[in-house]
Write a protein that binds this ligand. Structure first.
Ligand SMILES: Nc1ncnc2c1ncn2[C@@H]1O[C@H](COP(=O)(O)OP(=O)(O)OP(=O)(O)O)[C@@H](O)[C@H]1O
Length: 947
């Protein structure tokens, strides 16, 4: 390495001169004199010296030398040409140079290394006239990767600098330099590194390390690191600056607007005051007497906005503080409260957080334990079950089986709750003991826990007798996992009101959630808070309204809830709600804190079971309400509906009587339903009519009293009889039905259950038209019912000879004597019909059509048939029988296998009033329908014997 002897100029900290760079520094007079001598003695016009950076004196910043320790003096520097020495003006003018120093300009040439460290005082560095220095040679070519990395880092830094530059000229300069960096060759990369490090800023230590790097690769790496660091520093700085800027400008804007608002309010107030004063001056007496005098001085509740606001906030805070310590809801509440405090009042975000906090704090959260004290109090009452029975009886007539089932249900819920509460209590005691004396309590815990375990697994011999010690209780994980009741039945049969009675018996709040037509999952689970105008779902709303953790929630019309669509899957959300394994952690998207629904008593209602998904049905215990007989309806009307309507229409019970025949007529001729809703409406109509009459009667009396004249007044009769009903309710809606029903060839009455779960009769009409032996089926029929029709016709064709329809065996009655088609129609064409239960009705209709014999209009039938002529059982017997009774059918033909349904489910009075014929085969059904001996049976051979 070539060396030479050069004067050394120590550069005061933190100055560094890099090769290729220029530097102007102030120097003392002594140093300046030495440099002048140097210039005079030198042969060259611009002599060279070694510029060596000095470390910071002790105690001076991060790069300072340790106080007391000798400063580590550098051994690297830069050979620099003296470009200019400027004398201060005072010296030039012959004055003292004390105030203004000399200025020395240097141009860095190449790196040097000192042969031995300098010996000088870093506090008052002097020029060292002669020192041996070695020139650091950097001839090598750096590796490709190093150059690439260097260029990449340099370009990113230059891009950042260009973007951050405020002046366009400077921006252009950085862009130009970036162009040069892109084009630079590998050999010149080290030179470019010197140029760029000198031109950009960087930390002192990094720059010194860069200066000390003799190897080109090392130098480029150091430059790369330095650039990367600089880029990220400048990115972060920029971000912080813009964030600060943004928040400042928002605050300034808000401040400015508030100032304007305050000024406007002041102006309005002054204007208002001046008006009032002028009015008062012009009418001093009137003003003094006016009731609103002085109102301007006192504030109305509308002016007190800020106070109300502060009160609301204080209330919110109190509610958050009242939440259980360490609970999830409290943590969220506290977090949101802090956010609320940070966000300026009046901003949209502030309102959003406040609404959220209001919801969060209004939900009843469990404070401790899983069963509320109020619930336990009710269950502890020894008369609980008898009271519940009395409640159900006082709200509903009949429904004995259902009431028995509900009492069983309540008994189970009570037992489970009590057991759960006892277990919790035991665990709490153990925990308390464990805290007091850990050793003894642990022993006892083992005994108790094993006892609990023994009790649970009494029948399981494989379970070890010693259970693990009782863990600290986790009340929120448990709950009362009773069955979920599902009331299924036609409208108006008392499903909702039974739910209300259960809530009354349990002394809990009752909430009804109507699920009919719910298509959006968010209606159940709530919208996420990121949505505009988001809010919680129906369950949270019901909980808030109930104000208790354990209300009775009636999920009405679960059969009408929507399934998976692009708004999510409401049915799936419902499943989660009703699953006892999951619902202690129900997640409402809006609240976003797990909510414990395990204590809620869910009751579902539905009109039919057909549209309910199997998993949902699986979670529920179905209780069927089929409808009422006329007798039951009469009792319900007399005991419940009439008193209710009298009360709601302002009449006394003693003022109005509706006779039994009148009530029966309302039930039979004005309504035709399984439930009692229309009956209640009709009774309401009668009561309102009478209420008007009563009011007119009272008015007339008052008029007579006032005038003293005898005015002919409308007579008031407190009794409603049959003959009046037509005047009050109009022409009976169902009167003509029985008359319309006719005994005709080819027409038979079948029994059906509608989609609303209501039973009724349906005519099966058939007619013969010229054709080619085909069967035409109409009336919105499904595949199954169509197949039933074909089976029935095949059976009739196969037995045409035995039935006396054809004259020869094997003759097709649809071709001989004339070729015909049979058209079978089930009226109410707009209503879809399906199922196999119309089999015997269709067979009877075909036989009637082909034989000419008629089936009585008082006979209705149901039953599936097979090709062999067997009659197999069908469902919905109770509803169908009730429907037939309502339609005043006298005789019902049913499959033999449905005997037990009639015995169990059909009320005795119906069994007494109607004739039931149970049949095993189609032939028996035909005999029952047409009457024995009506059909000309030739020889009674069953088809099955030939098959
Ligand atoms: N057995 C009964 N005894 C007394 N009142 C009854 C009885 N059954 C129904 N009601 C009365 O009939 C009316 C309608 O009942 P409710 O609203 O419970 O019917 P629902 O089955 O829930 O109907 P929907 O399926 O349309 O919701 C209520 O006023 C109810 O009190």
């Amino acid at each position: 390495m070539p060396s030479s002897r050069l004067p050394v100029l120590p550069l005061p900290h933190p100055l560094i001169l890099l090769p290729t760079a220029r530097l102007t520094i102030p120097i003392s007079r002594t140093v300046a004199d030495t440099i002048v001598t140097l210039i005079d003695d030198s042969d060259a016009a611009q002599p060279v010296l070694a510029a060596v950076p000095l470390p910071a004196p002790a105690g001076d910043g991060a790069n300072a030398t340790e106080p007391g320790s000798p400063p580590v003096l550098p051994t690297c520097g830069t050979a620099a040409r003296i470009v200019r020495l400027v004398r201060p003006r005072s010296v030039l003018n012959g004055g003292s140079s004390k105030q203004q120093p000399y200025l020395l300009s240097l141009h860095g040439l190449t790196r040097i290394r000192l042969s031995k460290p300098l010996e000088l005082d870093v506090h008052t560095p002097e020029l060292i006239p002669d020192h041996t220095v070695e020139y650091v040679q950097a001839d090598g070519v750096p590796s490709r990767e190093t150059v690439e990395a260097f260029k990449d880092a340099a370009l990113r830094l230059l891009d950042r600098l260009a973007r951050d530059s405020a002046q366009p000229q400077r921006k252009d300069d950085w862009v130009k330099v970036a162009g040069m960096v892109e084009d630079i060759s590998d050999q010149r990369a080290a030179w470019m590194a010197d140029v760029l490090v000198a031109a950009t800023s960087g930390q002192y230590n990094d720059r010194i390390a860069f200066l000390a790097a003799s190897d080109v690769d090392d130098r480029l790496r150091k430059a790369t690191e330095l650039f990367i660091k600089q880029t990220s520093i400048s990115e972060v700085t920029k971000k912080i600056a813009s964030a600060v800027d943004e928040s400042l400008s928002r605050q300034q804007k808000e401040y400015f607007l508030r100032q304007q608002l305050a000024a406007i309010q002041r102006e309005l107030h002054a204007l208002h005051n001046s008006h009032t004063n002028r009015d008062r001056d012009s009418a001093p007496v009137a003003a003094a007497n006016s009731p609103s005098a002085g109102a301007n001085n006192s504030m109305s509740e509308l002016d007190d906005d800020e106070q109300a606001d502060a009160d609301d906030l204080a209330e919110l805070k109190r509610k958050i503080e009242a939440m259980e310590l360490g609970s999830e809801e409290r943590k969220v509440g506290v977090r949101e409260w802090r956010r609320l405090k940070r966000i300026p009042q009046g901003s949209v975000e502030n309102g959003v957080i406040r609404t959220y906090l209001e919801w969060l704090t209004s939900i009843p959260w469990p404070s401790s334990g899983s069963i509320s004290d109020a619930t336990l109090e009710v269950f502890k009452d020894p008369a609980f079950l008898s009271k519940a029975r009395a409640q159900l009886d006082s709200d509903h007539y009949g429904l004995d089986q259902i009431k028995r089932r509900l009492i069983e249900y309540l008994a189970v819920v009570r037992l489970r709750s009590m057991a759960e509460a006892a277990r919790e209590q035991k665990q709490r005691e153990l925990e308390a003991e464990a805290t007091a004396s850990p050793g003894a309590a642990n022993e006892k815990a083992l005994v108790v826990a094993s006892a609990v375990q023994d009790e649970k697994n009494a029948s399981n011999a494989l379970v070890p007798r010693l259970a693990p010690p009782v863990q600290p209780s986790q009340p929120r994980k448990r709950g009362i996992k009773g069955p979920i009741l599902m009331f299924v039945g036609p409208p108006g049969t008392g499903k909702t009101s039974l739910g209300q009675s259960i809530a009354k018996a349990l002394d809990r709040p009752f909430q009804r959630i109507s699920l009919g037509g719910v298509r959006d999952e968010a209606e159940i689970r709530g919208h996420r808070r990121t949505y505009v105008a988001s809010g919680p779902g129906m369950l949270v709303q019901a909980l808030r309204k109930a104000g208790r953790l354990d209300p009775v929630i009636l999920l009405d019309e679960v059969d009408k809830v929507g399934h998976s669509n692009f708004h999510g899957d409401p049915a799936a959300a419902l499943l989660e709600v009703l699953d006892p394994e999951q619902n202690h952690n129900f997640n409402d998207h809006y609240i976003n804190v797990p909510i414990d629904l395990s204590q809620v008593l869910f009751i579902c209602t539905s009109n039919t079971l057909d549209t309910i998904s199997a998993p949902l049905l699986d979670r529920c215990e179905v209780v069927e309400l089929s409808g009422y007989t006329y007798d039951e309806k009469m009792h319900i009307a007399r005991r419940f509906l009439l008193p209710k309507q009298l009360e709601s229409n302002g009449l006394e019970a003693a003022q109005l009587t509706v006779t039994d025949p009148a009530l029966l007529q309302i039930a039979t001729l004005y309504t035709r339903e399984a439930g009692v809703r229309s009956l209640e409406r009709a009774i309401g109509g009668v009561v309102r009519y009478k209420a008007v009459e009563w009011a007119e009667h009272l008015d007339a009396e008052a008029e007579v009293e006032a005038s003293g004249e005898v005015i002919p007044k409308k007579q008031w009769r407190g009794v409603v009889e049959e003959r009046e009903l037509e005047d009050i309710l109009g022409v009976p809606r169902w009167d003509g039905e029985e008359r319309e029903r006719e005994e005709r060839r080819g027409v038979v009455y079948g029994l059906v259950v509608t989609g609303m779960g209501e039973g009724g009769i349906l005519p099966v009409e058939s007619t013969a038209v010229p054709g080619s032996g085909r069967l035409k089926l109409t009336g919105s029929l499904g595949e199954v019912i169509k197949e039933s029709g074909e089976i029935a016709l095949s059976w009739v064709k196969a037995h045409a000879f035995e039935l006396g329809i054809t004259t020869e065996r094997g003759m097709d009655p649809l071709r001989v004597p004339d070729p015909i088609d049979i058209h079978l129609h089930l009226p109410s064409g707009a209503v879809k019909k399906d199922g196999p239960s119309a089999g015997i009705a269709m067979a009877c209709a075909f036989v009637s059509l082909l034989s000419g014999a008629c089936v009585s209009k008082d006979i209705a039938m149901t039953g599936e048939i097979t090709l062999r002529g067997r009659v197999t059982p069908v469902g919905g017997i109770r509803m169908k029988v009730l429907g037939a009774h309502r339609a005043q059918v006298r005789k019902i033909i049913l499959p033999w296998a449905n005997r037990k349904d009639v015995e169990h489910d059909v009320a005795p009075e119906l069994r007494r009033e109607m004739q039931f014929v149970f049949v095993r085969t189609v032939s028996e059904a035909l005999d029952a329908a047409f009457g024995k001996g009506t059909l000309g049976w030739r020889n009674n051979i069953l088809m099955e014997s030939r098959l």
